[in-house]
Design a binder for this molecule. Structure first.
Ligand code: AMP
Ligand code: GLY
Length: 437
């Protein structure tokens, strides 16, 4: 393999990008890291040779920085710059990019695009769905779905545009009222069948043709213990040593991997372009098959912190292979260890989070396993900015270690103590056993 010494550009400055930066720092290949973030993340700054802040969705600003820094490969972390075509502009400069072009990132940015793509190219796992731009036909379609329906606003809504029956919507009338609100706001929407089961994610590195899958992993979206409370960006995640999850069967994993592969093939047929980056398949294991909840065009946050903590292959080799389409010649290995990631978040998160208070990380005795999220450096202090503050990963004794480390982060914060515990995992196993009969 070509052992070029890269100048690598990282776009983004959240905990996901901190995980990516740490993984790059572990590379044995000589390299320089330059970062273009929306804020100054001190964790990433400490690992970067150069760091600038600006509008990460502004392609002109990002390309100007890339050119000034003589970047040789770029990695785009979050979805917002993918949506505005930052990858397209970097490719136009002749620079390989990990992160799909705008048209391909529609897999995440448009629910309608994705459901239509799956239907048009016979990608399995698509729940029954219908797209709407007005209320005509809504009551009739809800009628066919009976009690199990989901309404999804089109576009990037940070998970907030999705309302699920039994959870957020309690009657067809309430669903129609929500649809009316979306129509009034000029948003199109998808109504689809509610899938019943257990969620898991399947991530794949993709070079346009070849996919290398990562171990399946489960996020915890609800804010409070026992999966109660409002949806969040994700309070924590775990993966298992055998690269399965206790409530999954081998077929579930193989189906999810096959669907990731098929959707990349469908994208190529539709657009003529190869998807280069990280593909994030959000799945529901149901009683009889695996269903697609959503696709995202990037690493998951918090899942990236587990996955990159377990990655054994040099990430620079993977990024380079994604860029030049040689992933089929690279073996990608993950440690056969379990992992637990836990976020600590401001009191009041997500609805009315406290912010502006100091966060003390000096007591964290394994800083390698700490990832900074929504914090700002104010002089010598870290200050919480309101969203998910910081995350830790435990790998040796995953639950105990994560719990200990997260407790060493001081501030007006809370975390979920139940993530990764055998009690919570057993609940999921029992649920799947009941569904499978
Ligand atoms: P999304 O933004 O599509 O990930 O949706 C947010 C959350 O809504 C998911 O993590 C699921 O918990 C839930 N959800 C979305 N679509 C469905 C579906 N078809 N069936 C059941 N739950 C769903
Ligand atoms: N784990 C949730 C997300 O990254 O969207």
């Amino acid at each position: 393999m070509n052992q070029e010494n890269h100048i690598i550009l990282l776009v983004g400055s959240g905990a996901r990008e901190h995980a990516i930066a740490k993984s790059i720092a572990r590379s044995t290949r000589p390299h320089k890291l330059v970062t273009f973030g929306s804020s100054l993340n001190p964790g990433i700054a400490a690992l970067s040779n150069q760091y600038t802040t600006g509008n990460i969705t502004d392609s002109a600003a990002v390309t100007a920085y890339a050119s000034e820094q003589a970047v040789t490969i770029a990695v785009v972390g979050p979805e917002a710059p993918l949506e505005t075509g930052v990858s397209d502009k970097l490719w136009e400069m002749g620079m390989p990019v990990v992160g799909p072009k705008k048209q391909l990132a529609m897999l995440e940015t448009s629910k309608q695009f994705t459901r239509n793509l799956m239907a048009d190219y016979d990608v399995p796992g698509c729940p029954s769905f219908k797209h709407f731009s007005h209320l005509f036909g809504v009551p009739e379609f809800l009628g066919t779905l009976e009690d199990d329906y989901v309404v999804k606003a089109d576009g990037l809504m940070g998970g907030k545009g999705v309302k699920v029956s039994g959870d957020h919507l309690h009657s067809h009338q309430e669903a129609i009222e929500y649809c009316k609100k979306l129509c009034d706001a000029n948003s199109t929407f998808v109504i689809e069948e509610k899938c019943i089961g257990e969620e898991f994610s399947m991530f794949s590195f993709c070079d346009g043709t070849t996919l290398k899958h990562m171990p399946p992993i489960q996020d915890h979206k609800r804010a409070y213990e026992g999966d109660e409370g409002p949806n969040t960006g994700g309070m924590g995640s775990y993966s298992d040593a055998d690269h399965s999850l206790p409530f999954l069967q081998q077929e579930d994993i193989e189906e999810a991997q096959a669907i990731n592969q098929l959707v990349v093939e469908a994208l190529k047929k539709k657009t003529g372009e190869g998807y280069k980056g990280i593909l994030y398949g959000g799945y529901m294991a149901t009683s009889d098959s695996v269903k697609v909840i959503e696709f995202n065009a990037r690493f998951g946050d918090p899942e990236v912190m587990n996955l990159l903590s377990l990655l054994e292959t040099d990430i620079m080799d993977i990024f380079e292979a994604i860029g030049n389409g040689s992933l089929d010649g690279l073996e990608v290995f993950f440690k056969k260890q379990a992992s637990v990631c836990k976020y600590t978040v401001p009191e009041g998160y997500p609805d009315s989070p406290d912010k502006g208070f100091p966060v003390d990380i000096n007591g964290v005795d394994k800083p390698d396993q700490l990832f900074l999220g929504a914090v700002d450096q104010k002089g010598e202090y870290l200050v919480a900015t309101g969203s998910r503050t910081a995350a830790v990963v435990g790998v040796r004794e995953p639950v105990a270690e994560a719990e200990q480390l997260v407790g060493q982060i001081k501030g007006n914060l809370f975390h979920r103590t139940d993530i990764g515990t055998s009690q919570l995992i057993q609940r999921r196993v029992t649920h799947m056993e009941a569904l499978r009969g």
